[in-house]
Design a protein around this ligand. Structure first.
Ligand SMILES: [Zn+2]
Length: 258
């Protein structure tokens, strides 16, 4: 097969375009604005972004990260989100090919990219992502692993564990440590990843969160009451789990049975 019709290439290219759309979603969804209109404008001067200046990654590089009109800086996060989405879609294409299951995973991955940055910016995870996402994950389970029972168990483990952690934290510390958004995100990613992926996601996100928290504490950029946006850690861990969770549990089981 020539490379330009290979799943990794086609979906990687699609991912760049979807990433460009996700930049709009990340910016407008928390503000309650429409994600389809009006067309993108420069946040600095308000000039409409011309179609040829809206090519993923390339336009930003050609304009050297500046608006064509006011020369104001355009955040490198825009091309980063595009590259991240393109790379994620490409890897999904390489691993799962053009299958009905992989089409659902693309939607899941796109939603997770949006969650990473919306939670980072606003400490919220919009219901309009997680509730339909849970439904889609359950539907997707009829087209491939983790299959319907696995999806249901995964959702209960993901959402249930985060609910239990939040409940215990609130009892002990008297402050809300886990937003309801995290619980709904747990339901959603558990439906897509199944129980193994849900456990892997919870463990690796907690580990990464603790690590980042320790670094921030050490640098005095946080104190004991600083709440990290947990969705920013959970979402990439959930996508990663699609690729590594089964193997991780094989390896872990092998350690136990030696
Ligand atoms: Zn401008």
């Amino acid at each position: 097969m020539p490379f330009f019709v290979e799943p990794w290439f086609v979906l990687g290219f699609l991912g760049l375009l979807v990433g460009s759309f996700l930049n709009v979603v990340i910016c407008r969804l928390p503000a309650g604005e429409s994600i389809v209109s009006p067309p993108s404008r420069c946040p600095g001067c308000g000039h409409r972004v011309r179609p040829f200046d809206n090519i993923p990654v390339i336009s930003w590089a050609l304009l050297r990260g500046r608006c064509r009109d006011c020369r104001g800086p355009i955040s490198p996060r825009y091309p980063f989100v595009e590259l991240l989405t393109g790379a994620t879609f490409g890897v999904i294409g390489a691993r799962f090919g053009f299958t009905p299951g992989s089409m659902f995973l693309l939607v899941f991955a796109a939603a997770m990219v949006a969650v990473v940055f919306i939670d980072l910016d606003h400490q919220i995870i919009p219901d309009v992502i997680t509730w339909p996402g849970l439904g889609l994950g359950l539907i997707a389970s009829f087209f491939g692993p983790p299959h319907p029972v696995g999806a249901l168990v995964g959702a209960l483990i993901g959402g249930g564990t985060l609910f239990a952690i939040g409940f215990a934290y609130e009892k002990v510390r008297g402050i809300e440590g886990m937003g309801g958004g995290d619980v709904k995100l747990g339901l959603m990613f558990g439906a897509f990843t199944g129980w193994q992926g849900a456990l892997f996601t919870l463990m690796s996100a907690s580990f990464a969160g603790a690590l980042v928290g320790a670094v921030l504490l050490a640098r005095k950029k946080a104190d004991g009451r600083t709440a990290l946006p947990f969705g920013t850690f959970l979402a990439p861990a959930a996508v990663l789990s699609l690729f590594v969770a089964p193997r991780f549990f094989q390896w872990y089981g092998g350690l136990l049975h030696r």
